[in-house]
Design a protein around this ligand. Structure first.
Ligand code: ZN
Length: 246
């Protein structure tokens, strides 16, 4: 069983709850779809924990690149840019090196699935609209690709025979069985900054043998995470949004 995490965004309070959940169960792999840092106030603590996870599969996100100093923050909003600068200045040498060396997606995990930060077509692209999803399906071969970046949990299901593409929400806590005759682009939602108006952290578990997945939403101390953002002097909006899941 794999645990699929995305968009941790330096939120230590949220990550700790996920790791507590994972500790009680036997997971064979941690798969992380990027954006480990940016926005949140505890980048080093989060990266220290991520580096300890084994075995883990990782691709980088757009915030990881900018926080590592690999790319300028051209497409970033004011609060995102200042949090990236703040993060970059504070990274430990180990974490700076770790962030710099994160691989670019998409990546293939044997025959089980692929993973990408934004889209298998372009690591920085947002997969929101069906037309973008259609193009993305052409960019990988297997049945399933996990993606993040939008912070919105759910999946695109492509029935090639019926020529039907559907965006589906995945019911929390229930097994979602992949249909043999369909292909999927699946987003586990965000651990560190949920944006579907539900402040609870979001992630998925996936059973490669049975080809089924499950969405998990867990409460965490979002007030504590917001307090840390305020204490760090980061933009108020980054703290405030955690309470609303926006
Ligand atoms: Zn993100």
């Amino acid at each position: 069983m794999d645990i699929i995490l995305s968009d941790l965004h330096a939120n230590l309070h949220a990550l700790r709850v996920v790791l507590r959940y994972a500790k009680r169960r036997a997971f064979s792999r941690f798969t992380i779809l990027g954006d480990l840092v940016g926005y949140g106030a505890q980048p080093n603590r989060v990266l220290d924990l991520v580096r300890e996870l084994k075995p883990r599969i990782l691709v980088r996100g757009n915030h990881d690149k900018v926080c590592a100093g690999l790319e300028p923050a051209l497409a970033f909003s004011g609060p995102a840019r200042s949090s990236a600068e703040w993060t970059h200045e504070r990274l430990s040498r180990e974490n700076q090196h770790f962030l710099e060396s994160l691989p670019r997606g998409p990546m293939t995990v044997g025959e089980d699935y692929e993973l990408a930060h934004g889209s298998p077509m372009d690591e920085d692209a947002y997969l929101l609209h069906p037309r973008d999803a259609l193009t993305a399906f052409e960019c990988f071969d297997g049945q399933l690709c996990f993606f993040g970046h939008t912070h919105l949990p759910g999946c695109f299901e492509l029935d090639e025979e019926a020529q039907q593409l559907t965006w589906m929400t995945v019911q929390e806590g229930e097994w979602f069985n992949l249909r043999k005759d369909c292909r999927y682009l699946v987003n586990p939602g965000s651990v560190g900054q949920p944006r579907d108006r539900d402040p609870r952290l979001s992630f998925m578990t996936f059973d490669p043998a049975k080809r089924r997945l499950r969405l998990h939403r867990l409460d965490y101390d979002h007030k504590g995470a917001a307090r840390a953002i305020r204490q760090a002097g980061l933009h108020e909006h980054l703290a405030e949004r955690l309470a609303y899941g926006i």
